[in-house]
Every structure is written in C-alpha cells, then in structure tokens.
Design a protein around this ligand. Structure first.
Ligand code: SAH
Length: 350
C-alpha cells in the first residue's frame, strides 16, 4: 500500500496478507468505523452535505409528522425522541423545535459511534443521552428518526459467475485493494428473480441494516410509536453495485484509502420493510423524498420562511428545490415510515 492510503489501509493490508481476503462487509465496517471515528464529515468543509444541513425545513417536517402521529395516538406519556446517527444534531434540533410547537417535549436518546459528532450533537441538543446501539434506550413510545444512517452500515457483495453466485472477498493488488469472487453461495441465498443474472452482476445485502431495523421495529411493537427512515436507495430489491466512496464532495475509489472517505451503499427499502414487518409493525412507503416533503407542506413552509426573511428568499427557494427536485435529492432519496399497531398511519404516504 502507498503511505497516502492511510493508517487503516496498512493495517488491513497486513491482516489480509496474514490471514487471507476479508468480505466486503468487514472491509466497509472497518473503513467506516475509522472514518466516523476520526472526523466530522458533514458540511461544506467536510466530505458530503445531508438534507438537514441544507435546510431547517427537512427536520421541521419530520418533527411535525411524528408530533402529528403522537397527537392522533392520544398524546401518550413518556414519549422518547430516538435518532440513529444524528450527525451534527441539526435534524434533531429542528425536529424537536417543531415538536415543542405541537406541545410535545420528548426525552432525547441518540445512537452515535463518533465521539466528535457526539460533541457536536451535545452543543445543539440539550439535554440528550447517548447510546452505542438501541438496546440501552429505555422503553416507552418511541418517535424514531434515521437520515442517511442505514446507507453507512456494512454490506456484503455477491457476484454472479458462470458457476453460480459467489461471495465477493477483498484482497490486495499492486497499490490498492481488489475485490474478487470467493466462496460459492447456495442458490437459496439469492432472490429467485436474480438467480439467472448475467455474469459479473453484483448483489448487495446488508445484514447489519436488517438487524438494526428488526430491533427498531421490535421496540416499536413492544412500546408503541413511529419511525421515519430517510435514505437513498431503491424501493425494490435489485441487482447492481452501488458501493461508493465520497471524499471532499467528489466520488473516490472505494478500494483505495479505506477510512479516508465515506463508504455507502444504496438502501434496499424492500428488504428493510420486510424485516420490520416481521416484527409486527406497519410499513408506510417508501415514497420519494420530494413527494413526501411536498405532501407535508414544504412549499408553504418555504413561503413562510421567505416572508419572514425576504433577504434570504432566493436561498430558501434554492434549498427547497435541492430537497424536492427529481434530478436533485427528490427522487433517489426515499422516505419510509414504521408505526406500531396501536398507532395511526403516518402523514405523507397516501
Ligand atoms: N443523520 C445525519 C448524519 C448522517 S452521516 C445527517 O443527516 O446529517 C451517518 C451518521 O451515522 C453519523 O452520525 C455517523 O457517525 C453515524 N454512524 C455511522 N455508523 C454508525 C454505527 N454503526 N453506529 C452508530 N452510528 C453510526
């Protein structure tokens, strides 16, 4: 490995040289643990920009949607705001402000691995409690949110060869990592409609994402509540490689410099929804983010913000457009809702 590939590349190269290739999920897990553990990746000076960093309207509408559900559920006591991967805490601050306007002031619980981002969250949201995962969050009706969280969880890659489907394993090449077909997978591991895919087709699955959504749904089913999951991805399980690396707002090579760029895969909403439904919650959507924000009233909110700050009218309209336009974030990004059986349907999914 070249020295500029960074400290993690060197460690992984030594590990692979000593004990053989690792699967793509382990590679992605190591890369993102290092990446999120060592920097604040968000914003203009970071590597990428997310919806809540573009406009306060995003978090406000999420907060209003969850507050509306809570009101129609009969305003149960002890509701908790639960956010997975809250970034800088911007979404939570906007959502909680909107909730307060609707008479809801939940306790705040964050699931976050990055010490740097925990500090950023603590500045914006007071008081809050932090967790490594969902297991230590108290019971009670949960109002849960995850924006661009599931895409960062490790995914495996399977590749079709002339001799069936194989797990893809990451080995070492001249000066970067190289994925190649590893052990054969049983056909039963592949969705029926993809078994005869052409050679070279890649299928991604994230056992980690399915595990988290299952645990989230389980807690919603037990204690009541609702969740909104926003991310880029596809509504139907489909083949194709979506693993991507982003660094300094540019695409990078995922097989170089692991831990120095943000690695993501598109979220398979069909698989997430099916895993959650098995725990007994109801699933809403996914619908495209642009349609959901529009149904929730982003146009009226933008107009009202612009009236309050005429000097910023153009900026507000540009942010609204970026969030909803199909050729920007409006179409690739999707919104999916979960609700426990005793709770009403979530707004915006009709
Ligand atoms: N939701 C924020 C940030 C998205 S980036 C926004 O929209 O701006 C992904 C977030 O998930 C970061 O906060 C990152 O530190 C966190 N994260 C990534 N992997 C995680 C894991 N395995 N457990 C907990 N948090 C994780």
């Amino acid at each position: 490995m070249k020295p500029e590939a960074g400290p993690l590349a060197e460690r992984l190269a030594r590990l692979i040289a000593a004990s053989g290739p690792i699967d793509v999920a382990d590679y992605m897990a190591a890369a993102n643990a290092h990446y999120y553990g060592t920097r604040d990746p968000l914003g203009a000076s970071g590597d990428f920009v997310t919806a809540p960093e573009i406009s306060q309207m995003f978090g406000e509408l999420i907060g209003l949607c969850l507050a509306d559900s809570w009101q129609r559920a009969g305003r149960p006591d002890g509701a908790l705001y639960v956010e997975l991967g809250p970034g800088r805490g911007t979404l939570a601050a906007d959502a909680l402000r909107a909730m307060r306007g609707a008479g809801l002031a939940p306790e705040v619980h964050f699931v976050e691995i990055s010490p740097m981002l925990r500090a950023a969250q603590a500045e914006r949201v007071k008081p809050a409690q932090w967790h490594e995962d969902l297991s230590t969050i108290p019971d009670g009706p949960w109002l849960a949110v995850a924006n661009e969280f599931f895409d960062a969880l490790p995914a495996r890659q399977l590749v079709a060869t002339e001799r069936g489907w194989h797990e893809r394993l990451v080995g070492i090449g001249e000066d970067c990592f190289v994925p190649a077909a590893g052990p054969r997978m049983p056909d039963s591991a592949i969705p029926a409609h993809l078994r005869a895919a052409p050679r070279g087709t890649i299928l991604e699955t994230s056992p980690a994402a399915l595990g988290v959504v299952r645990r989230l749904a389980h807690r919603l089913a037990a204690g009541g509540g609702a969740a909104l999951i926003a991310d880029y991805g596809h509504a139907r399980t489909s083949a194709g490689e979506t693993l991507q690396a982003v660094r300094g707002h540019e695409f990078a090579d995922p097989w170089q410099a692991p831990g120095e760029s943000d690695l993501t895969v598109h979220v398979d909403f069909e698989a997430l929804g099916a895993a959650a439904a098995k725990e007994g919650v109801r699933i809403f959507g996914p619908v495209e983010q642009g349609a959901w924000l529009t149904a929730l009233g982003i146009d009226a909110r933008a107009a009202s913000l612009a009236r309050g700050a005429p000097a910023r009218a153009e900026e507000i309209e540009a942010a609204r457009h970026r969030l909803v336009a199909p050729d920007r974030m409006g179409s690739l990004f999707k919104m999916m809702g979960l609700a426990s059986s005793g709770w009403p349907g979530l707004a915006g999914f009709a």
